[in-house]
Design a protein around this ligand. Sequence first.
Ligand SMILES: [Zn+2]
Length: 438
Amino acid sequence: MLCGEYSFQLYCADVHKAPAAPPPRPLPPQRPPVLTLPFLSLRLSVSAVKILFPRLQSDLSQISFELVAECPETGARAGLLHTPHGAIETPVFMPVGTHAAVKGLSQRDLAEDLGVKILLANTYHLFLRPGHELIRKMGGLHRFMSWPNAILTDSGGFQVFSLSGLRKITDEGVIFQSHLDGDLHTFTPESTVDVQLAFGSDICMVLDECPEYPVTHEYARQSMHRTVRWAQQADRHHRMRMSESATRHALFPIVQGSMFPDLRAVCARSLVDLDSDGYAVGGLSVGEPRALSLEMVEATRDILPRQKPRYAMGVGMPKELPEYVARGIDMMDCVLPSRNARNGYLFTSEGRLIVKHARYKDDERPIDEKCQCYTCRRYSRSYLRHLFLSGEILYSSLATRHNVRRYLDIMCEIRHAIISFTFPEYLKCVRSASLDAE
Ligand SMILES: [Zn+2]
C-alpha cells in the first residue's frame, strides 16, 4: 500500500477489512494456564489445581503477561495481561475513573457497550474521599463501584505533587495538605501499598516522586534515588502483605529521572532487580515537549524485562498512542478522551472536531462516519452541538462515549497491525497523515 495516497483513517479501514494485506497470522490457541508440580510429575490445569489444592489458590491467580506477537522491526508487542478480574488484550488504553467513575459514563456503558477491560482509579482522590477504610468496609473498590473487570490504581504520588497546596518530601515519604479541606496527611511507600490493597486493586503502583519540569540534573538524580528507595521499601512491604493474603495484587514500580536518559537508565536497572510484576514509566506529560517523553521511554526500552508489561503513565494524544507502542509500551492511560469530550473536543478518524463550531449547526452526519459507537449510530453533529450549547448533561455522556470508543478503536487497530505484521506500515501512515487533530 502506498501510504501517501491514503489517510490514516482509510488505511485503518483497510486494516480492518484487510483486502490487500497479508492474512493475519492466527493467534495461538488460548490454552488454560497450567501448573507443573514436579514432586508429582504432573501438569494440571489451574482450575484442577484450585479444586485439588485450594490453599494454593492465592499463588495461582497472580498477574501474568503473555506475549502474543512482537513486531520484528519496532519491537511493538501484542500480549495478554492476565489478572484476577480477567485477561486484557494489550496494548491497552485504560480510561480514567478518578473518583471511581469515568465522568459521564456508567459501568454498564464501559463494560458492556465499550468493552473496557481495565480502568484506572486515583488513590489520592479515593484516599481523601471516601477513604480507603470505607471502601474496604464496602467490600473493596470492585464491589463498591460495581465494576466486574480489572482495576489499576496509581500511588497518589502524581496528585500529591500536582494538586496539593503544601507538601514536604522526606526520605520516609511525603506529608501533604488535602486540596479538599486543608487537612494534613502522610503517604509512605508502605502506607500507599496498604491503601491500594484496601481498595483491592488488581494492579497497585509504588509511591514515587514526580518532579516538575524542568529540574536540574542534580535534583532529578536525588529524586530518582529516593523513588528507587521507596520502590524497594514498597516491594518488601507488598511481598510481606501478599504472603499473608488470600488474594493476589500486582505491584508496579515506576521509572523516574525527569528528562535525563542517563538517570532513567540507572533507575530502570535498579528497579529490574525487584523482579516486579510489571514496570511503569512515570514523570511524563508534565509540560515537556512530546519528543522528549518519547525519548525517555526509549531510554529504558532495552533495560526493562521483555516478558513483563510496561505502562506509560498519563499519555497521550491519539497519534501518539502508536508511537509509545512502537517503543515497547503495553499499557497507557489518559484523561484526554473524557475531559476533551466534555469540553467539546471530539477525536475522529479524520482529525479533531470542535462541536460548537457553527458549521455543524445543520450537519446531519454523525461525529465520525466510520465510528460504530452508540453516539455515532444514533445522533447527528447538529443535535450534539445543540446539546453542548444548551449545557445538557446528555451531551457529556454521548461525547465521552464516542471519544473513549475512538481511543479503544485505535488500540484495536494497533494490536491488529502488530499481530498481522503490518505495524511498521501502520506507523508510517499515522506519521505521514496530516491529522490536524492536535
Ligand atoms: Zn462514535
